[in-house]
Design a protein around this ligand. Sequence first.
Ligand code: GLU
Length: 429
Amino acid sequence: MTAPVRTRYAPSPTGLMHVGNLRTALFEYLIAKSAGGVFVLRIEDTDQERQVEGAEQVIYDTLKRVGLVHDEGPDVGGPYAPYVQSQRRHLYRPYAEQLVAEGKAYRCFCTRERQESLRADAEGIQGYDRHCRDLPAEEVERLLAAGTPHVIRQKMPLTGTTAFHDAVYGTIQVENKELEDQVLLKSDGYPTYNFANVIDDHEMRITHVVRGSEYLSSAPKYNLLYDAFGWEVPEYVHLPLIVGRNPDGTVSKLSKRHGATSFDDLVREGYLPEAIINYIALLGWAPGDTREVFSLAELTETFRISGISKSPALFDYDKLAWFNAGYLRAMEPARFLETAAAPIDQALGGRCLDRTLLASILQPRVERLTDIPGMIGFLAALPDYDTDLFTHKKMKTDPALALTVLTEALETLASLPEWGVEPIHTALI
Ligand code: GLU
């Protein structure tokens, strides 16, 4: 019998939820739920310097808002609690000590200055020069007795190759001599991210590790750790890079200069959570047919790992706006009115107009909620405008002709017995 699928979303609380993080969360959720499995939330806060106040709450709020409900996590508990790495701190040292005792890791007493100077003069050597790897046992004892601060590093094999398999990128092989003796436990007793995620994924019985392709180059190191402990390696699913289009037509890693990149900023710009999730699902995944519009339940039904592509995925704001317009149009009119009420009121600036009527005119036309003030602001105050707008060569109109037509239209409209959309439309055509 194969183990039930268990995935984890493991964000570091370092700021707003970037679309890349949200996509990772979504794919983790879909991989678990499409197989009837368990979706775990784990907060990775071992890098204390990078923590941002309030960022953990942003994670909970975003997941809730888009409907990615986790089965286990810091707020809901579960069989492998605690789910916050800083609360698991005491768990990592025994594993690191086990590797030291087995000769698979060692204590490194090099000062930070020495390590930094190595980086500066490195010629050919990548990173740490393994200075403490073979220190005599007595020397280690002496330094320990003197209370010398130290880290624990993993002994990487000096020869041979390490291969790992990724569900999207296939089998990748690296030369062991290129792998640095990575730090497992820092001198403050905190594990490094590289160590903690392996221990936690193993302890939490994670079967599929889904993360951005920027972690691909670390995967061999993780494999060597699983091997050192004799543990089964989970299935790796690395997701393609998300890129944005530059003004010169080239693409580069999505960043703020392309537009909003966090969930909160996208919502602030007038995109609906359900449109964002639908669009993000298609960043690097395709259903294998021509469908594009999916609810979360439909995604859960359709999602397959084999549909994930390794080519960079373009974040196209026009396409997102297209999805958004579709979701706005498909809303029940009452829900659209509720959703659009704030920007409509903002546009009217206190002027009392029929909001239901306005909403019915806006619903088929709006792409983003934030476009509404620009579309109907003239109802609150007619701005100065250029009479050039009455000149249209093809239609052979000019300000003089416009004046005649508008004067006639005014008479026609004034004499209308019923002031409604239909009669106005009929009277003017
Ligand atoms: N804490 C890491 C991050 O936020 C997670 C990487 C992973 O999923 O393993 O980037």
